[in-house]
Design a protein around this ligand. Structure first.
Ligand SMILES: [Mg+2]
Length: 138
């Protein structure tokens, strides 16, 4: 195994452990929320110029996704698997969710429609054996 492959495996192992620990903690909390209700509540804090519809939340989503990636990078770099770091990443995921909710609304969609459509798409791909692969329309 080359040094690059060893490094990639180490990174993959660290990330797998982080994600597993996070979801294990969340599953213990058993918090349930209606995603349409979340979207309605999120929209109450969506304050930006009407001329910025779609653009504002799309750019915000990209920024927040970058914050998630940056924090994951720091986990790898610093080998920091603290609960605080996981909570920080969870907060950034929440920021992503907020922008998703607002962007969906600007495009005329209920977030629940999008969530359901996504699950149906993935289930269909799984059934057809094309879950792994590339291409949006497979
Ligand atoms: Mg953020």
């Amino acid at each position: 195994m080359s040094m690059d492959e060893e490094w990639a495996k180490e990174v993959s192992d660290i990330l797998r452990k982080q994600v597993g620990d996070f979801y294990a903690a969340k599953s213990r909390d058993k918090i349930r929320m209606d995603i349409s209700e979340y979207q309605e509540k999120a929209l109450k804090t969506a304050v930006y110029p009407a001329g910025m519809k779609i653009i504002y939340p799309a750019l915000g989503l990209a920024g927040e996704a970058g914050e998630v990636a940056d924090k994951v990078k720091k986990i790898v770099r610093d080998k920091n698997d603290s609960d605080e770091m996981k909570r920080d990443i969870a907060a950034e995921i929440g920021d992503c969710l907020w922008y998703c909710a607002v962007l969906a609304n600007d495009l005329g969609f209920d977030l629940a429609q999008i969530a359901d459509g996504n699950l149906q798409k993935l289930a269909d791909r799984q059934q057809r054996g094309v879950l792994h692969g590339s291409g949006d329309k497979r």
